[in-house]
Write a protein that binds this ligand. Structure first.
Ligand SMILES: Cc1ncc(COP(=O)(O)O)c(C=O)c1O
Length: 342
């Protein structure tokens, strides 16, 4: 807890992540963009558990255990990082895991590579859904939970991305870490900071917004959406923040229009698809800083940030923290697309 800070009313949490993660300067890119650019290495929350999802799962799985669950049920894209982290963490806790994953043709599921390989390796049961069925995922999850209950199991439902009020606590905790990290930098904690990250299902954005308020950090939170659009995320992130405020009686002032900042325009060719602009940027960051971004989330967000900075170097102020939310395993299924750039 930062000095002078009010006690934050965290729910019960399991210790599953390698946290606190480091905050590291990106010196060559800082020079290029003319800002002090840092990266919060949440890709280092674990090797197999790399990324932002395990921070949310520490709270969600604690809740699952408290409720006597024996099987975790969640959903996502075929190469979902959230599904992979959930599967591995659940198995580590001795729980069963069932994943509802979307694919074009459930009779011909995608190859065993990247995250899917790891899901299967730890023994997750995978149910393949069509895109149309995935559009009704709340209903599909409820039906799957019912069938698990009918077979004598006790399921715990985690929504897409672990993005709900409980999961958001993971990023409240990350802001608390960040406050400590920033206190050691030149200009210290008082200097305004912009926290930039990829927004995919909204829970990380919501947690960061709530965290900045609860910790009292002088920071602006900017999400760069990798799917859907700004209006969609004002609604989704707004709902998560408001539910958390109501459920945990946080007594925080909150307005979706004022507090949620989403920079739209970088979805590119669509969710999960990367073009040569984003892949070239991933190569540049790898070669200049030795940092590996992924093509679905962090590569797109970093690309969006760099485009905005090239247009206006002052757009995010003098100090930026880019949250590296992981996703490394998503690089491997795109090897064929990346190869021509190397
Ligand atoms: C690597 C990575 N980064 C960022 C995100 C976005 O986080 P959120 O779903 O909380 O918006 C996700 C998941 O969607 C992810 O897997």
């Amino acid at each position: 807890m930062a000095i002078g800070m009010k006690k934050i009313p965290y729910p019960v949490r399991l210790n599953l992540s390698r946290t606190p993660t480091p905050l590291e300067p990106l010196s060559r890119l800082s020079e290029k963009f003319g800002v002090d650019l840092y990266v919060k290495r949440d890709d280092l929350t674990g090797a197999d558990l790399t990324g932002n999802k395990i921070r949310k799962l520490e709270f969600l799985l604690a809740d699952a255990l408290a409720g006597g669950c024996d099987t975790v049920l969640t959903c996502g894209a075929a190469q979902s990082n959230h599904a992979r982290a959930t599967a591995i963490a659940a198995v580590r806790l001795g729980l069963g895991v069932r994943l509802l994953l979307r694919t074009r043709d459930p009779d011909n599921p995608p190859p065993l590579e990247g995250n899917i390989l790891l899901d299967r390796l730890v023994g997750a049961e995978i149910v393949w859904l069509t895109f149309e069925e995935y559009g009704r995922r709340a209903e599909m999850l409820a039906a799957e939970a019912e069938s698990l209950r009918n077979s004598g199991r006790t399921p715990y439902l985690i929504p897409e991305g672990g993005s709900n009020a409980m999961g958001a606590w993971g990023y409240v905790r990350a802001v608390e870490e960040l406050a400590f990290d920033l206190a050691t930098l030149p200009g210290a904690q008082e200097q305004p900071t912009t926290i930039i990250h990829a927004t995919g299902s909204g829970g990380t954005t919501a947690g960061l917004i709530l965290g900045v308020k609860l910790v009292g950090l002088n920071a602006r939170v900017v999400g760069i959406n990798v799917c859907n659009d700004r209006d969609y995320f004002l609604r989704v992130v707004g709902d998560i923040c408001q539910t958390a405020i109501d459920t945990y009686k946080l007594e925080l002032p909150f307005s979706a229009e004022r507090d949620i900042e989403i920079v739209d325009g970088y979805v590119g060719r669509g969710y999960g698809k990367a073009g040569s602009e984003e892949l070239s940027l991933i190569r540049e960051v790898a070669r200049s800083e030795g940092i590996l971004l992924d093509p679905v989330y962090t590569g797109k967000a970093f690309y969006g940030m760099s485009q905005e900075l090239q247009r206006n170097p002052e757009v995010f102020g003098g100090r930026i923290v880019f949250v590296h939310t992981g996703g490394l395993f998503g690089l491997f299924p795109m090897a064929d697309q990346i190869a021509p750039l190397l």
